[in-house]
Structure formats: structure tokens, C-alpha cells
Design a protein around this ligand. Structure first.
Ligand code: SF4
Ligand code: SF4
Length: 247
């Protein structure tokens, strides 16, 4: 696929708006975490903790553009390979649960994760979902297979701990208010895409980041031609209705 290193384009204001929304979220999340700590709460996320980097990640094309703008050719190639794996999984998986589990177990860690250091190599431009995922309980619960393999007693204990923790929604150990605080980022991205392109594009992080590199796809998006963009994504083999939403 021809590479399209167009980071000085008309998309720049949109990318800047997303970057400002990320910064605002970072400040709000930091204040929330400080307040939680003052009340005795613990956020279990630590640098080098990587169990959430094997989740599927959904984002906007506006965010994917920002990520792509900071990646090397080698990283973009790795994102492209990951995109193909994601699409193959979407084609073969029987429903969301199987898709989610196979993504974690067989596709595995994001190619932007450094396996040596446990750091995100695109930390400044990582998408929203990577910013607003925090755990109120031990990181062991984030590890693939842990929750699925709890026995009855352990499940009861997990449920009790989740319900007792004021930072959760009572269903899982992830910190609900920190997810809620990221909603303005989604709103900013949606508004910016509507203003610039007259439509929104959402979907898998790796697929969208790869699509940003295709000139014909991006030209159709910039012209607000959803059907043409879809056709181009199909021609590239980067299309699945469950994975990319254009409109
Ligand atoms: S969400 Fe879980 S896996 Fe991710 S950094 Fe936090 S504790 Fe670690
Ligand atoms: S972009 Fe970074 S934080 Fe997000 S999944 Fe990839 S390595 Fe992890």
C-alpha cells in the first residue's frame, strides 16, 4: 500500500483538537486519582504493567491520524500486519466474546508495546482507550485468563471486592469514573470529524491507523464520500462492517 505521510494536511486542526482533549483528560484524571488516593483508594496501574495492552482497541479516525503522525515506517508496517490479524479474527470469530478472547489470547500484545521495557512506544499519541483504562484491584485481574478461570469461591470474592470498591461500576474492577471522564475526547473527535469531513469514521485502532496511510482512502474521507472510502477499504482488504464504521 502506498505510504501517505501527510501530517501537515487539513487534518492537522483535527489532530490538534484531539491532542488538546487528551491533555485536558490527563489533567482531570490526575486530579481524580489524587482525590481517590486522599480518600484511601488505590489505582493499581503502574509503568510497565502491560496486561491491558492485549485488549482490542476502538478509536476514531481522528485519533488514528494523530497516532500515525508520530510512528516510524517500521511501526506503521507492524500496525498493518496487526490490522490484517484483527480482520482475520473478525471474519472467523463467532460473536464479540470469542473475538475479544481470541484477540487477547492469539493476537496478543499491541505492536507498539516494547516487550523489553513494558512501555508504550507511542505513549504521547496513544488512543483514548489506552488512556482511560485503570484498575481498582490487582493487575492480576487484568491478565488474560484470570477472570475466566476463577473458581466459584474466587468469583464470589472478586464480585464482593468489586462491589465494595467505590471506584467501580460494581461489575468489573476497572475504574468507572476515569472512563466517564474521557467522554469529552470522544465528543471532540466526533465533532471535529463532522466539521471537517461531514461524517465520522470509527473502528479498530490498528486498522484505522493503517488506513490513514492510504491516499485514496483519505481523499474519499476528506471529501465526505463514505461509500467511496468504504469501497477503497474493501479493495485494500481492510474492511469489515463490524470493525470499521463510516458514516
Ligand atoms: S489496567 Fe490493569 S493491566 Fe492495565 S496498567 Fe492498569 S493494572 Fe495494569
Ligand atoms: S497504543 Fe500503547 S498503550 Fe495502547 S495498546 Fe498499544 S502499546 Fe498499549
Amino acid at each position: 500500500m502506498p505510504r501517505f505521510p501527510d501530517t501537515t494536511s487539513s487534518d492537522r486542526p483535527m489532530m490538534d483538537a484531539v491532542a488538546r482533549a487528551y491533555a485536558a483528560y490527563g489533567q482531570k484524571a490526575g486530579r481524580w486519582i489524587d482525590g481517590f488516593a486522599r480518600q484511601g483508594g488505590t489505582v493499581h496501574c503502574r509503568s510497565g504493567c502491560v496486561h491491558c495492552c492485549d485488549f482490542p482497541v476502538r478509536c476514531s479516525l481522528a485519533e488514528a491520524l494523530l497516532t500515525a503522525s508520530a510512528l516510524s515506517g517500521e511501526q506503521l508496517d507492524a500496525m498493518g500486519r496487526r490490522a490484517r490479524e484483527v480482520l482475520a479474527n473478525a471474519k472467523s470469530a463467532n460473536g464479540w466474546d470469542e473475538y475479544f478472547q481470541l484477540h487477547r489470547r492469539e493476537i496478543g500484545y499491541c505492536p507498539l508495546l516494547s516487550r523489553e521495557t513494558g512501555a508504550c512506544t507511542a505513549y504521547e499519541v496513544r488512543p483514548t482507550r489506552c488512556r482511560d483504562t485503570f484498575s481498582a484491584l490487582s493487575a492480576d485481574y487484568c491478565r488474560v485468563g484470570t477472570l475466566e478461570n476463577l473458581n466459584r469461591r474466587e468469583t464470589a470474592e472478586y464480585t464482593r471486592e468489586v462491589r465494595a470498591n467505590p471506584a467501580t461500576d460494581g461489575l468489573s474492577h476497572y475504574i468507572a469514573p476515569l472512563e466517564d471522564l474521557s467522554e469529552p475526547i470522544w465528543d471532540t473527535a466526533a465533532r471535529a470529524m463532522r466539521q471537517e469531513w461531514g461524517m465520522e469514521v470509527w473502528g479498530d485502532f490498528w486498522v484505522l491507523t493503517t488506513l490513514t496511510q492510504d491516499e485514496a482512502f483519505m481523499a474519499a474521507v476528506r471529501a465526505g464520500q463514505g461509500a467511496k472510502a468504504t469501497k477503497r477499504a474493501r479493495a485494500l482488504g481492510l474492511w469489515n462492517a463490524e470493525i470499521v464504521e463510516i458514516g
